[in-house]
Ligand binder design. Structure first.
Ligand SMILES: [Ca+2]
Ligand SMILES: [Ca+2]
Ligand SMILES: [Ca+2]
Length: 198
């Protein structure tokens, strides 16, 4: 028993050394602490214009070989999972005229979305096609509690079950990312992000 435990500890140390030494790690940890975002570019900003509700202020994105990382901030503390919660949308082809266009704003044409942590497929004029996204379970922190900022990571394995197409293109390609709620146009923030080799 003791020998097994020691082996597990040794393996854990080796794994953590390997991970921290990797040049392909974005060095973002989904832990509800945001100092790891200090040097990450902001891809979109929005005014404080929705008092008393979820009011998006800024959106950041990063990636490494394994994940796409997204962080948003709010003007005032709110529980992002309250009610219908927060939608996170990916415009896979960086084309707002293809895919679902929330509120008709033309900010994003989404092919893949998450309602809180639940992934689903979208298409032009289809809020939900009914087709699943697989390999798409995201991690977020904080979750289902009052906060002014949330960090999320989505695995790059995410793909459409219907045709096997990846949600995220290869490095060098540009997508659009947006977060929004059902409460109206004041609550949508989105912009372009180009996936990069770390
Ligand atoms: Ca963090
Ligand atoms: Ca706002
Ligand atoms: Ca699109």
């Amino acid at each position: 028993m003791k020998a097994k435990l020691n082996l597990a500890v040794c393996l854990g140390v080796l794994v953590s050394i390997a991970m921290s030494a990797s040049a392909e790690n974005a060095n973002i940890v989904i832990d509800g602490k945001f100092d790891d975002w200090a040097s990450v570019p902001t891809i979109a900003t929005d005014p404080a214009d929705n008092p008393g509700a979820i009011d998006f202020i800024s959106l950041q994105a990063a990636n490494d070989e394994h994940f796409v990382y997204i962080r948003y901030t709010l003007a005032e503390s709110a529980n992002p999972q309250k009610g219908a919660g927060v939608y996170l949308s990916i415009d896979e082809d960086n084309n707002p005229s293809t895919g679902f266009n929330p509120f008709g704003l033309g900010v994003i044409g989404s092919e893949a979305s998450w309602q809180n942590d639940f992934p689903f497929e979208q298409a032009t004029d289809h809020f939900n096609t009914g087709n699943a996204l697989v390999g798409a379970i995201y991690a977020a922190s904080p979750y289902a509690t009052e906060t002014t900022s949330v960090e999320i990571k989505i695995p790059r394995t995410a793909k459409h079950n219907a045709d096997g197409k990846s949600v995220f293109p290869e490095n060098g390609k540009t997508i659009r990312i947006a977060v929004w709620t059902e409460e109206g146009a004041n609550d949508l923030i989105g912009g372009e992000y180009t996936l990069t080799a770390p």
